[in-house]
Design a binder for this molecule. Structure first.
Ligand code: WTA
Length: 652
């Protein structure tokens, strides 16, 4: 950690916003940012009231912010709105009605373009289809789909009728579906016969067939035909999407919902084995994703915007669908892998659709850099005017590669720090106003009051690392953990209960210009390719195998993924294990959670090093995992034992 800090502290390069960009930007001067930021902190009622007024409300709110029952904040209380209405219907009475809302490209190269008007028709049908299956306001609907237009349509259909969607990333396994569907008592699952990924079909329906019988609350499964893969349809439970949609009315007015009515649940990893169901509500999330999209991506009417995330993660929720469509922009959606059929696929898409704004993750950038400069070089990328990154700290080398090879030294880069919990971007550089510093997220967005504090809650000086907290609530914040208010309070608010600060779980520091640099998670969460995975989740998956007595999982630095997964595994006494068992265990984890959680390294050992009080010495394991990265699995048990012994001696 300290190396990283020193490294970035040495970073003195600043990249000014290009004049041509700044002169046309939505926020074009530092004075304007300073004025609005000050207002957003000193008088949040006025600031957020003004932003919310740009959107459609069936009934205006009575009160912008209600902090009476901390930490259960309410925003726009008394207001009635609908996010689906704001993303779709709001654009129908202007020229936008014939503008592309979604430009979709499938991995095999097929294409669908939906105008706002067409999107409206499709969303209305889907909403009526859900109603026909008995889905009502407040019901939970699980969505386990490939990146196809019907995914966005399903989300907007749920939002239209006030059903709460819970999207489960298509790379997760049947067991992960069971956990999530059971936790939220979902009544319906929306899926597809399959999706395309790296030239093969991902059998989503097969996973749902395995999961659904273990979820007694699930009454209906709605299946989109995408790949024409043969699937079994359970009589009475399973319905083809196209058949249901053909039998319903085309008109479905958006339901006026309370600003605080829940919008969605999205499960994310935390420090314990059980994923947390982050709950977002309607009004605040709408306002937050709308205004961040507007100013940070500097959306203009003519822009084509592309975020490469999967909608299974929060980035896709906020910045492929909700925030972008709420602005009436054109959003590009791509189904498949970045290197299918070749490593130039993304640049081909940028060139083909003349993408103006491109938002991706550092892990992808590192992969592009590794694949070689010649791939982007073949394409005309001159349409690009703004680039973004999200999900993990970006190393300055990757930043420079992005700047040179994709931005061609013309485009500002916004490094956006936020979380599933925050709903919207919290820290970044506004592209027309602030200089970017490679590796540093930047300054707080409007309404965000971050700070770096010590364990005791004291402010930490510039250049020193500490805990990143947020001192004031903001509209798009999570409202609770689904069904578990106590855990919500405990995880985010108990550490600085007296002060009422939100604990992000990240370590960070500030430079002398007030720029925030995120170091990484401080809890037992590792960030693999920008995706959060709990070490405890992987450990419980491992110990459910008969080959494992005890397991400890730690992250280690990984060139492409940011962090890799290393599992230390002790085997039951007397059991002989072989190299082949490592692969078995990797497959076991993939089956329990999903391929994304497969350990990169597995190290068998007789026992795990523990403190006298029985706590696994994770820091030591992290050192071993990191230090022996190049030797891979060759660490001998003897070394391991000696190190453990040394550390124990040092501690006593
Ligand atoms: C990390 C993704 C550095 C951070 C939107 C955070 C980042 C976690 C950045 C949330 C960034 C996200 N720079 N680190 N620009 N963006 N992170 O919930 O550790 O999947 O707490 O949300 O990713 O991950 P999540």
């Amino acid at each position: 950690m300290s190396n990283q800090i020193e490294h970035v502290l040495e970073e003195t390069r600043f990249f000014e916003p290009p004049a041509a960009f700044a002169s046309q930007a939505a926020i074009g001067t530092r004075e304007e940012y300073d004025r609005l930021y000050k207002q957003s902190i000193d008088d949040p009622e006025t600031f957020w009231g003004n932003v919310a007024s740009e959107l459609h409300w069936f009934k205006k709110w009575d009160r912008v912010r209600n902090a009476e029952n901390r930490p259960f904040y309410k925003w726009f209380e008394g207001g009635k709105t609908n996010l689906s209405y704001n993303c779709v219907d709001r654009h129908l009475d202007s020229a936008r009605k014939n503008k592309a809302a979604i430009i979709w490209e499938g991995e095999p190269g097929d294409q669908v373009i939906l105008t706002y008007q067409e999107l409206h028709q499709r969303v209305c049908l889907a909403a009526n289809g859900l109603k026909k299956l008995g889905v009502k306001k407040g019901d939970r609907v699980a969505i386990y789909m490939p990146m196809i237009p019907e995914l966005a349509i399903a989300m907007l259909a749920c939002a239209r009728i006030g059903a709460i969607h819970s999207i489960i990333f298509g790379g997760f396994s049947a067991n992960a579906i069971v956990d999530r569907v059971q936790d939220a008592d979902c009544t319906t699952i929306i899926t597809a016969d399959g999706g395309w990924r790296r030239g093969s079909v991902v059998d989503l329906k097969v996973a749902v067939d395995e999961a659904a019988p273990k979820c007694p609350t699930v009454k209906n499964v709605l299946v989109v035909k995408r790949t024409n893969t043969a699937v079994t349809m359970a009589e009475g439970r399973d319905h083809w999407w196209h058949e249901v949609m053909a039998s319903v009315d085309a008109n479905c007015p958006a339901e006026p919902l309370d600003a605080e009515d829940p919008l969605y649940i999205l499960y994310t990893s935390g420090s314990t084995g059980k994923p947390k169901g982050i709950l977002h509500s309607t009004g605040g999330y709408m306002v937050g994703t709308y205004v961040t999209s507007k100013y940070i991506f500097d959306l203009r009417e003519e822009d084509t915007y592309w975020c490469t995330a999967d909608i299974g993660w929060v980035t896709g929720h906020s910045y492929i669908v909700y925030g972008i469509l709420a602005n009436g922009a054109t959003t590009v959606m791509y189904e498949g892998a970045p290197n299918q059929p070749g490593p130039d696929r993304f640049w081909q898409i940028v060139d083909k659709y003349k993408v103006n704004i491109f938002y991706t993750a550092p892990t992808a950038i590192r992969a592009f850099a590794k694949w070689g400069d010649q791939h982007p070089a073949k394409y005309d990328l001159s349409s690009l005017r703004l680039l973004g990154t999200v999900g993990e700290p970006i190393n300055p080398e990757a930043w420079m590669w992005y700047h040179r090879n994709i931005g061609r030294e013309r485009c500002p880069i916004v490094d956006t720090w936020w979380q599933t919990e925050t709903g919207a971007i919290m820290i970044t550089t506004l592209p027309g106003v602030m200089s970017a510093k490679p590796g540093s997220a930047g300054l707080p967005f409007f309404g965000v009051k971050p700070a770096i504090v010590s364990e005791e809650g004291e402010d930490v000086d510039a250049g020193h690392s500490g805990l990143l907290v947020v001192k004031e609530p903001w509209p798009s914040m999570l409202r609770t953990l689904y069904g578990d208010d106590a855990r919500y309070k405990e995880v985010y608010w108990s550490k600085f209960e007296k002060q009422g600060w939100y604990l992000t779980g990240d370590g960070a520091f500030c430079d002398k210009n007030g720029y925030y640099m995120i170091i990484g998670r401080l809890d037992d969460v590792i960030n693999v390719s920008g995706h959060r995975l709990g070490t405890m989740e992987i450990e419980s998956a491992l110990v459910s195998s008969p080959l494992v007595a005890e397991a400890a999982v730690v992250g280690f630095p990984h060139d492409l993924k940011g962090q890799g997964i290393c599992a230390f595994v002790s085997v039951p006494t007397g059991m002989e294990v072989t190299e082949a068992d490592k692969e078995k265990l990797r497959e076991h984890v993939a089956h329990e959670i999903g391929a994304i959680a497969k350990p990169d390294q597995i190290r068998f050992t007789d026992s795990l090093p523990k403190t006298r009080s029985g706590k696994i010495m994770r820091r030591l394991l992290r050192d071993i995992a990191a230090g022996n990265e190049t030797k891979q699995d060759t660490t001998t048990l003897e070394d391991f034992g000696i190190l453990a012994k040394l550390r124990e001696d040092a501690e006593s």
